[in-house]
Each structure stands twice: as structure tokens, then as C-alpha cells.
Design a protein around this ligand. Structure first.
Ligand code: SF4
Ligand code: SF4
Length: 367
């Protein structure tokens, strides 16, 4: 696959992910030409965002694929499927930022750049969602990461990464781990030169203390708040309180997707294998929109679902390039191996976790 530095690109869409991406590109690949944002929101079309025009798909289409597209959304599946149905080719005419960034920086500069990496905090929660994507209903041994373990994870990650766009700190309910604010301070103090943005993901049900908020503000941590107001008691009361507190302390916050059960995931039973045929597993892996790698406890997993499954069940049957041992020394070989994982090119053509993961990381309509 060729990624040409002299291509022009659109970013789809003009939101939080697009803001992070354009700023990262301006700081780290200024020669890369981004000409506009594409957005379906008619209120945004005709405006500018991050000093670039926001245009509709109808305006952009005549220039595609000469101008290529980087999809910049937390759930890029629907736009990806729309473009595939329109005859465009993934990783040729369009990319997600998750596949684009590692490949672009490796191909052009041999740099290890990861778009979005998760750090785990704990696997318990204040909610009890069925289909929980931290596999909490299946957890055998709950864990809460210690500060020492957090520091170790951060140090190991940045021993291997040249740069990271965003660090996404997640649970379970992230704020149940009382070391999280200190982790953010540690990352900002020691590795600000290695990453662009950092956020914690929370259900919006817990309100951090003033002391924690001061640390989040110092560390420039953003709050990504899942919106459970339609389904969880207390969410409608607590979410506005959390937003107000973020504003009072100068912490940037935004509502992530609406968790209203109309769109959810089917990640399967982590103990059961649902597919064994290698060709079907490859199809499943290719259909899945790989979004994030994750780091914890000396390991980096190519797919965070596989990592969560391992944490919940303790069962691990990793094939060679499902995961990466962060404790190893940095060598030419280790960098090649890490690039393969970050760019979602496992040797088998799928991750072993795909055999358990029912619906792939693809939203389905919950009737
Ligand atoms: S809020 Fe998230 S982590 Fe908590 S139970 Fe629901 S899906 Fe799981
Ligand atoms: S384990 Fe699931 S989420 Fe991960 S790559 Fe496979 S199908 Fe996608």
C-alpha cells in the first residue's frame, strides 16, 4: 500500500477527532496537504473549522479519489461502509486515521506513531450495562491499577513510541481509580513532548473532587463523557453537574456518543469461540473497523477488545503478533513488529480474539 506524501486529503468529519488530527498533522507532518473537512451536518457546511472550510460530500465527491479521505471519528464504521458502497477502496481511496497515521509516518520517516492508545484503569463500574464492552459481567478477578503500574505502563509505552496522537484513559468507570489524576500529571510532566492530547472516558455519573480537578486541569486532560442520560438513573442529574465542574476548573469536556442502546456492540462471550474457520475470521477482522491499541501491564495489544478479554478472563492464547511485549529492548526488529501491530497487519490475517468477538467492533441496531 502506498501512502503518497504529496497527495491531498480531506478529513471526515469536523468534530473532536478531526480537531485533534488536524493539529497533530500541522505539528508533525506540515507538508501533508489537508484541504477541507467533509461533514454531513448542514449547520457546519459552509463554515470554517480549525481554519479549514467545511464542505458537504456532494462538494467533495468530484475530487475523490484524486483527493483522498481520512475518516476521523470514534466510530468510523458508517462512513467507511458508505464509501465502500459507493465503490471507493479502503486504504487506497480512503483511510481511517487509525490506519493512516502509523502507515504514513512509518513509510515516510520510519517513525512509530500511534493514533489512539488506551491505558486501563480498572474493570469495575457504577453501571451494569449488558453488552458491557469492558466485559465486566465476565470479570473473574477485578483489578485497580496502582500508581506504580501506571508509571511502568507509561514509561514502557514511550520507550517504544516516537509519538502518540491521543492517550485514552479508560475503565470500567475510570474515575473509580483514585490514581487517575496523578497518572495524568505524570504523563504531562514526563511525556508532553511525546503525545498531543489525552482524555479520560467516563460515564458522567461520578464527580471528581476539587483536588482531582486541579490535577486534570494542570495535565490538560480532556473529559470524554459517554451519554447515559436516556438509560441510567442519576445520569441526567450528574452529567450537567460534571460538565459545570469541568467548565469551572478549565477542563475541556465533550459528550461522546449517546449510549441509548439503539447503537451498541455485540462483543460475544469472551469464554466461547464462535468462529474457527480461518477464512471467516479474516473476513470478520477485515469487516471490523480497528480503532485502538491498548497498553497495560507490560503488554500492547493490537485490538483493545482482545486485551479486555484477557484482563476479564485471564485466558490468553496470543499468536505472535496479537500482542507486543513492551518489556523488550528497542531494536530494528522490535520496531518492525510494533509497526505491524499498530497498522493492523497481523500475520494470521486476524487476531485470535476475533474468534470470540461476535459482532466485530461494528455498531448494530438494537431492536
Ligand atoms: S458504563 Fe461502560 S464500563 Fe460501565 S458497565 Fe456500561 S459499558 Fe461497561
Ligand atoms: S477482536 Fe473483535 S474488535 Fe478486535 S479486531 Fe477482532 S473482530 Fe475487531
Amino acid at each position: 500500500m502506498k501512502i503518497m506524501q504529496n497527495n491531498e486529503y480531506y478529513i471526515w468529519a469536523a468534530g473532536t477527532y478531526g480537531r485533534r488530527l488536524i493539529n497533530f498533522i500541522r505539528d508533525n507532518a506540515p507538508a501533508l496537504k489537508i484541504t477541507a473537512f467533509i461533514d454531513n451536518d448542514t449547520k457546519k457546511q459552509g463554515t470554517t473549522y480549525q481554519n479549514l472550510p467545511v464542505i458537504s460530500w456532494a462538494e467533495a465527491k468530484p475530487n475523490v479519489p484524486r483527493t483522498k479521505i481520512i475518516i476521523s471519528l470514534s466510530l468510523p464504521t458508517q462512513v467507511r461502509d458508505f464509501l465502500l458502497n459507493d465503490g471507493y477502496k479502503e486504504n487506497i481511496d480512503f483511510y481511517s486515521e487509525f490506519t493512516f497515521l502509523p502507515r504514513f509516518f512509518w513509510t515516510t520517516e520510519k517513525r512509530i506513531v500511534t493514533p489512539n492508545v488506551l491505558i486501563f484503569t480498572n474493570n469495575s463500574c457504577v453501571c451494569s450495562c449488558d453488552g458491557c464492552y469492558a466485559y465486566i459481567p465476565y470479570v473473574k478477578k477485578p483489578f485497580v491499577s496502582s500508581m506504580e503500574s501506571f508509571k511502568n505502563t507509561a514509561d514502557l509505552m514511550f520507550k517504544h513510541f516516537d509519538k502518540c496522537l491521543n492517550i485514552n484513559i479508560v475503565g470500567g468507570e475510570t474515575l473509580l481509580n483514585k490514581n487517575v489524576a496523578d497518572l495524568c500529571v505524570y504523563l504531562r510532566t514526563n511525556y508532553a513532548h511525546k503525545f498531543a492530547t489525552m482524555n479520560i472516558a467516563t460515564s458522567g455519573l461520578l464527580i471528581p473532587s476539587d483536588d482531582e480537578m486541579r490535577k486534570f486541569a494542570f495535565a490538560k486532560t480532556e473529559f470524554s463523557i459517554s451519554d447515559y442520560t436516556k438509560t441510567v438513573k442519576n445520569a441526567a442529574t450528574n452529567l450537567p453537574l460534571l460538565i459545570e465542574k469541568c467548565q469551572n476548573f478549565g477542563v475541556h469536556c465533550y459528550r461522546d456518543r449517546q449510549c441509548d442502546r439503539e447503537v451498541w456492540f455485540d462483543l460475544g462471550n469472551p469464554y466461547k469461540i464462535s468462529i474457527t474457520d480461518p477464512e471467516e475470521l479474516k473476513r470478520r477482522f477485515n469487516k471490523c473497523f480497528k480503532t485502538v491499541t491498548s497498553c497495560f501491564d507490560g503488554k500492547l495489544f493490537g485490538c483493545f477488545m482482545q486485551h479486555w478479554r484477557w484482563l476479564a478472563t485471564g485466558i490468553s492464547e496470543p499468536h505472535g503478533d496479537d500482542s507486543f511485549d513492551l518489556n523488550q529492548e528497542v531494536t530494528e526488529e522490535s520496531r518492525e513488529a510494533l509497526f505491524k501491530i499498530l497498522s493492523y497487519q497481523p500475520e494470521l490475517g486476524y487476531h485470535t480474539g476475533c474468534a470470540h468477538c461476535n459482532g466485530t467492533f461494528t455498531p448494530y441496531l438494537n431492536s
